[in-house]
Write a protein that binds this ligand. Structure first.
Ligand SMILES: [Mg+2]
Length: 252
């Protein structure tokens, strides 16, 4: 592997522990007057439509979901359900204990850090509350960007914002949305996080055919970077990435 200048991370299942819909999602269904299994079925089969942001705001998207599920909640109930859904997703989202130390160790080595995530409206609202947020140099979120993985443009947009060529960037993900083959198609190097907890992870369109490199712990990314530095004969760390302003990438 070459010497990398940035690492781009997936969010759910990569920087977070494996995700499963918790009991708090029942509140959303109750507020909408929708059987929970019907709501889950619609949410699962419409994930990519919702994650491109094409259905509008969180409220408009949930209204559309309700129509798909055959329920017509009042505007008041719908707004309460949007809040309940945000809380349910926040409750499902637990950063891995290695997330902050890993990102901090990479920054200390002078690497830039990016987040490239397929997500619905909740993640952009939740992200500023998370301790990884100040460690990110660029965020490309599908619901804002208007495209989902494995579209190469997501990864390339992150690289462009960092002023880096894709070949100097490493992508790390659990493989949802065929993100690893997508990253390679965009010209990045990719590695799969195959952490033990991911067996029960809620995921769509997985990269089942991936035969590339794998890590079993997020913390192993730091070793991979150090080995790549050693292989390339580089002295490694270039010093802390001080005073860099995070960049936002939105619909473009
Ligand atoms: Mg993932």
């Amino acid at each position: 592997m070459p010497r990398f200048q940035a690492v781009l991370f997936d969010f759910f299942g990569t920087l977070t522990c494996a995700v499963q819909r918790g009991s708090a999602h029942r509140t959303t269904a109750e507020l909408l007057g929708c059987p929970p299994e019907v709501l889950v079925n619609v949410l699962n089969r419409t994930y990519y439509q919702r994650a491109t942001g094409a259905l509008g705001t969180a409220e408009a998207t949930l209204r559309w979901v309700c129509a798909q599920a055959g329920v017509r909640p009042s505007t008041e109930a719908l707004r309460s359900a949007v809040i309940a859904r945000f809380r349910a997703i926040r409750a499902d989202t637990r950063l891995r204990t290695e997330a902050v130390p890993t990102l901090a160790a990479l920054r200390q080595r002078g690497l830039r850090i990016g987040l490239v995530s397929d997500c619905t409206h909740e993640l952009p609202a939740l992200l500023p509350q998370l301790p990884i947020d100040p460690l990110l140099d660029v965020r490309v979120l599908s619901v804002q960007f208007g495209r989902c993985k494995p579209d190469p443009e997501l990864y390339r947009a992150a690289c462009r914002h960092l002023g880096l060529t894709p070949a100097t960037c490493l992508y790390v993900g659990d493989g949802g949305s065929q993100e690893l083959t997508g990253a390679e198609r965009a010209g990045l190097h990719a590695v799969r996080l195959a952490a033990p907890d991911l067996a029960g992870h809620l995921t769509f369109n997985p990269d089942t055919g991936w035969t590339g490199p794998e890590l079993t712990s997020l913390a192993d990314v730091v070793d991979l970077i150090d080995r790549a530095d050693a292989d390339s004969g580089s002295p490694g760390a270039t010093g802390p990435a001080a005073h860099r302003q995070p960049a936002e990438v939105s619909i473009g």
